[in-house]
Design a protein around this ligand. Structure first.
Ligand code: SAM
Length: 272
């Protein structure tokens, strides 16, 4: 039989020669624009030795410049062909898994750190579930830098009173300070996505309100279920059922209520 080292060399050559055909079901749009890649890495400003975790490394467009700066990187990739390529590198710790099943607290524990820097050009088809999965584990997050559909980032950073303001806005702004740091046109990818993209920086808030996140989530869902109606007809009943007794102007529509007010109501109800 062929010695294992020789097998590894053959496998490496084979994989390098093999062209990867982008898989639509995995949301594969690979970054090919060097200037954009540099700008994203600059926005992240990775430092040597930092515990950086990349979601969806793909063909390593971001992975390579990141690992050059930090030295060792943890990467999470679902596509088994891509994961096999990544495993050939000794400077990558490859987690071959669906990111929605990944326990980030376990990764932090394994690396012996309290908090992780999470980055990635995310698969757009599951971007909201990924954001919510990380929200549940935000205690081990130092910061997040994600490429997403621009329209999703517009909703994340929206101000109250605008059309983009909604459930995603409230659920994320409650827990993170966020800013859009870069616009990325479709031509920067292969294949180009049908939508504009952007990069968002998300930093967990140091002193979040003490509240039951599930309760806030339900409240916001009820409030925005019929966003044209005033809250008396939607949220009013729900608040009565919960026995809410504080000040809250129900003559407004859901999109007119600032995040801090949703937070305050949820915090009060969480005391019960
Ligand atoms: N980082 C690469 C780049 O910028 O060129 C690839 C980005 S591509 C938009 C998304 C990547 O996420 C692909 O490599 C894809 O295989 C991977 N992916 C898709 N669904 C995933 C999942 N559920 N868990 C982990 N990785 C996933």
């Amino acid at each position: 039989s062929i010695p294992i080292t020789y097998q590894a060399v053959l496998r490496h050559r084979f994989l390098m020669a093999m062209k990867h055909i982008p898989r639509k079901r995995f949301g594969q749009n690979f970054l090919t624009d060097g200037a954009i890649i540099d700008s994203i890495v600059d926005a992240i400003t990775p430092q040597a030795g930092e515990p950086v975790v990349e979601i969806g490394p793909g063909l390593m467009a971001l992975t390579q410049p990141l690992v050059e700066r930090v030295g060792k990187l943890t990467v999470i990739e679902l596509d088994r062909d891509l994961a096999a390529r990544l495993r050939l590198r000794s400077d990558l710790d490859v987690v071959e898994s669906d990111v929605l099943k990944v326990d980030f607290r376990a990764i932090a524990a394994r690396l012996g750190v309290a908090k992780l820097r999470v980055v990635g050009n995310l698969p757009y088809n599951i971007s909201s579930p990924i954001l919510f999965h990380l929200l549940e584990q935000v205690d081990v997050v130092q910061d997040q830098h994600f490429m997403l559909q621009k329209e999703v980032i517009d909703r994340m950073v929206a101000d109250a009173g605008t059309a983009a303001y909604g459930r995603l806005t409230v659920m994320l702004q409650w827990r993170y300070a966020m800013e859009s740091v870069l616009f990325v046109p479709p031509g920067s990818f292969n294949p180009p996505p049908k939508v504009d993209s952007a990069v968002v920086r998300m930093i967990p808030r140091a002193t979040p309100a003490q509240l039951d996140a599930k309760l806030l989530e339900t409240m916001v869902q009820v409030a925005f279920s019929q966003r044209r109606k005033i809250l008396r007809n939607t949220l009013g009943k729900w608040l009565d059922e919960k026995g809410f007794s504080g000040e809250f102007d129900l003559q407004r529509r859901a999109e007119e209520v600032p995040v801090a007010e949703y937070e305050a109501v949820a915090a009060q109800l969480s005391q019960k």
